[in-house]
Design a protein around this ligand. Structure first.
Ligand code: NAD
Length: 532
């Protein structure tokens, strides 16, 4: 059993194992910038040990029935529920989410755990007679072996649980590489893994950064890799996996557009827009980034909507209590966000709400605080209008026509999410058919598909690289190989004394050449008859 500790080692073969180099990185609380622990910096030999443990555990784990594996997952689900508060507190301290968001992080991750307990029903194969002479084809799903999951900082619990539960119940063994910025949560989860009854080596943790990731991808026993994080890293990981001919799903960053039509309900839309861009301090791949307000800039509907958005965002208070907004993850992230605001000013944009006021207001904490910010752009080419900011910043831009809104949204290189605000179903339909993103909201600014749906952006954009899907039935496909078995059995000669009446009649018909119903004969071109 692991003790609750601020030293985060690796977790290999059911044991806490220090990194071979004995190197650690500091874990920083973003609200105060205080050091709250240290995390192992793993190298090649640590990765080798974790993969070897996972590989050794694979034969026995994969030999269990899906049902037996799901039963352990059910125990795990209950343990997560009973430890939700403890896990949420860790998320608040290492990630800076407010407590409500942290509890939601745990609850949403646990939804995929629940989904995975249904795999005995969901991952059955098919069977069909495919040719005459009793030739049948069936398929079954086999696990891949050792699979790897590499995850980002922004959802310390939920994102690792997009893949872990489905991969495990499907029969794979796993090596997880948490974000070095938020390693406490998943280290704590390893206690629950033990309590739930996962055999040693089935779930392993390797902490660290790029070195650990590269060694994991290159390891010959690793069969598949999932990645969630920024676009450049997602692309490099998918490319590296493909150079080894390994299966990989790599989800990248986002630039999500919200389009508000004059007929939207300003009261509910404004609340939703603020939650979308400022929730989790804007550090969500589903967060609103650009608000396109359609129609006359001085029109009463357009002015009312913007006024309400500013008013509601201004009311947000700094902190990690319910309804408050936490800090961003670290100083580089804060500086990057400040850079976008300053650059927008240089480009002639107007700052309608300036979150930089929080820096002096919260200076006593030394944390990475930046308040909700709203920028009114005059040029659609402004940097903040086009790049992922990943902070509580909303870029507002006025467009005159629907087509202009679509042109701006379609031109962005990402394709994760988009939303339309309107009171008219026909208008919503027009937009949802034209925006270029794969998770679309109608009057919902964080259009997160829930299980059993799959999650992720569009291939061909900077939001998704690799193959197949994460979560939902796409993940069942990702974490299994389909094995197809085509069989033909010689017709047995049934002794007369065991023949029933029906069979005797059938035999007589066959002898008299009456079988087959007298219709057209189907010519079977497949070589199932063993012809040369
Ligand atoms: P990141 O890319 O910096 O890190 C993600 C993971 O990759 C971490 O475990 C990190 O240690 C590792 N890593 C970092 N640099 C690496 C490198 N050069 N080579 C190999 N591994 C490397 O991302 P982040 O800052 O932790 O997370 C924020 C990003 O994740 C944002 O861009 C956000 O949009 C994206 N994100 C996307 C989704 C999605 O579903 N599309 C979900 C959550 C977050």
């Amino acid at each position: 059993m692991l003790a609750t500790t601020t030293t985060v080692d690796n977790y290999i073969n059911g044991q806490a194992v220090p990194p071979s180099s004995n190197d650690y990185l500091d874990i920083i609380n973003p609200s105060t910038c205080a050091i709250i622990g240290k995390v192992a910096l793993s190298r090649h030999s640590d990765v080798n040990a974790a993969v070897a443990a996972a590989n050794a555990a694979f034969p026995a784990w994969s030999a269990l029935t899906v049902k037996a594996r799901a039963a352990i997952m059910l125990e795990f689900h209950a343990l997560i529920r009973s430890h939700a508060n403890e896990l949420a507190q860790l998320i608040v301290s290492e990630n800076g989410k407010n407590i409500t968001e942290a509890l939601a992080d745990v609850a949403k991750g646990n939804e995929t755990v629940e989904y995975a307990t249904s795999l005995p029903q969901l991952m059955q194969g098919k069977i069909d007679y495919v040719s005459s002479g009793g030739v049948s084809c069936r398929d079954r799903r086999d696990p891949l072996g050792v699979v790897v999951s590499i995850v980002p900082f922004n959802f310390p619990f939920m994102v690792p649980h997009w893949t872990l539960p489905i991969a495990l119940v499907a029969g794979n063994t796993v090596v997880l590489k948490p974000s070095e910025k938020v390693p406490l949560t998943m280290y704590k989860v390893m206690e629950l893994v033990e309590k739930a009854g996962f055999p040693k080596g089935v779930v392993n943790l390797v902490n660290g950064t790029k070195d650990a990731v590269t060694s994991l991808i290159d390891h010959p026993l690793v069969k598949a890799v999932t990645f969630v994080g920024s676009s450049p890293v997602a692309k490099s990981i998918a490319d590296r996996c493909h150079s080894w001919n390994k299966r990989c799903t790599a989800l990248g960053g986002a630039k999500n557009h919200l389009i508000a039509l004059p007929d939207c309900d300003a009261e509910s839309a404004s609340s939703d827009i603020v939650v979308s861009y400022a929730g989790c301090a804007g550090q969500r791949c589903m967060a609103a980034s650009v608000l396109l307000i359609v129609g006359d800039e001085n029109g009463s509907e357009q002015r009312e909507l913007l006024h309400k958005v500013i008013e509601k965002a201004s009311a947000i208070q700094p902190g990690t209590g319910p309804g408050q907004m936490g800090p961003v993850i670290d100083e580089p992230s804060l500086n990057k966000i400040l850079g976008y605001i300053e650059q927008s000013e240089k480009e002639g944009a107007e700052i309608l709400l300036d979150g930089r006021s929080w820096i002096s207001r919260m200076g006593h904490t030394k944390g990475n605080w930046i308040g909700p910010t709203i920028i009114h752009h005059k040029n659609k080419s402004d940097k903040a209008m086009n790049e992922e900011v990943f902070g509580p910043v909303l870029s507002v831009y006025h467009v005159n026509t629907w087509q202009e809104a679509i042109a701006i949204e379609n031109a962005n290189p990402f394709g994760n999410a988009a939303a339309i605000y309107t009171s008219n179903g026909g208008h919503a339909e027009w937009f949802t058919r034209r925006v270029r993103a794969s998770m679309l909201g109608v009057n919902i600014g964080i259009p997160v598909p829930r299980e059993p749906f799959s999650f992720g952006g569009l291939y061909g954009t900077r939001s998704k690289y690799g193959d197949m899907d994460i979560t939902g039935d796409g993940a069942i496909e990702f974490f299994t190989n389909r094995i197809k078995i085509t069989s033909k059995w010689p017709t047995p000669t049934v002794p007369e004394y065991v023949m029933g009446v029906e069979q005797q009649q059938q035999q007589q018909q066959n002898e008299q050449g009456m079988g087959g119903g007298g219709g057209a004969t189907t010519v079977d071109h497949a070589n199932f008859a063993g012809r040369m």
